[in-house]
Design a protein around this ligand. Structure first.
Ligand code: ATP
Ligand code: MG
Length: 270
């Protein structure tokens, strides 16, 4: 099988393998592309929660991004857990130095079990600076609430939040509906010209560890292969949906999804 594209992942490690860098590598690989990584933090966690987090030194994160990209040029980039202001500033600097393009930002803030994965000052820098430098931001509902300071309880609220994020300088926004308690889950893609709503039946399971990480890596993969952002979101959502449907049921808590269910990229794109 010919490798279709090269994706750089900037994110934290999840020792349980269901989310974070591990989920990202599995998704990119399963979709036929080549994954490179810059690790921002190492977490000890399992499906029941996070035990500890050790952040990487910000200079070391920049080294990973710049030294890797200088040699193997990424077609797209996925950014996940950033943890602190220093890390965001280093990533911003490295995006510029390495001239990184096609960037998807998953603004990870809280793990499924409730552990905070970013500090408050860092959220401000993300909102004021990083948001403008990426092509797509993919907040879930609690993250969109923190970034926009509005309560989100309906599709109209999701649309309003997306508009606020566009006003803050985001180019494209995908607000994920996994946290709304509805029978049909709706993810909303918005930019200044278009809006698309992707709707799926809620699958009744507690095994959704890493759905957000998996989705943003899948989107980055499709985008790096030449699909439009809207199409990449549609295909990424379908990949995650199939991965939830075929979940392996591992662990005692929120178990992982099945990254191995690949949803191929047609040849004409690569
Ligand atoms: N129970 C479910 N059934 C079907 N689709 C789901 C379910 N839960 C989440 N999804 C889908 O998974 C994707 C990720 O959404 P979600 O809101 O779970 O992200 P997230 O909260 O960032 O995930 P994570 O907790 O891994 O960070 C979306 O496309 C969402 O619609
Ligand atoms: Mg998430």
């Amino acid at each position: 099988m010919k490798i279709k594209s090269k994706v750089l992942i900037i994110a934290g490690s999840d020792s349980s393998g269901g989310a974070g860098i591990q989920a990202d590598i599995k998704s990119v690989t399963s979709l036929g592309s080549y994954a490179m990584t810059a690790i921002t933090a190492v977490t000890a966690q399992n499906t029941t929660g996070v035990m500890s987090i050790i952040p990487m030194h910000s200079k070391e994160i920049s080294n990973q991004i710049e030294f890797t990209s200088k040699d193997i040029r990424p077609d797209s980039v996925k950014i996940g857990m950033l943890y602190s202001t220093e890390v965001i500033n280093s990533v911003l600097k490295s995006i510029k130095i390495s001239k990184l393009k096609k960037i998807i930002l998953d603004p990870v803030m809280v793990a499924k079990g409730g552990t905070k994965l970013i500090d408050n000052k860092a959220i401000l820098v993300l909102k004021k600076e990083l948001i403008k430098k990426v092509d797509l931001i993919t907040p879930n509902i609690p993250e969109a609430e923190i970034l926009t300071k509005i309560k989100i309880k309906s599709i109209t609220d999701m649309k309003n939040a997306a508009k606020i994020l566009l006003d803050l300088g985001a180019k494209n926004v995908l607000i994920k509906g996994g946290h709304l308690r509805s029978k049909n889950l709706k993810d909303i893609f918005v930019n200044k010209k278009e809006i698309a709503i992707f709707s799926n039946k809620r699958i009744d399971t507690k095994n959704t560890h890493g759905t957000g990480c998996t989705l943003s890596s899948a989107i980055a993969t499709y985008y790096g292969c030449g699909k439009t952002l809207k199409k990449s979101c549609e295909l990424g959502i379908r990949y995650v949906n199939n991965a939830i449907k075929t979940r392996p049921n591992f662990g005692k808590g929120n178990g992982p999804i099945n990254h191995l269910n690949s949803f191929n990229i047609e040849k004409k794109f690569r």
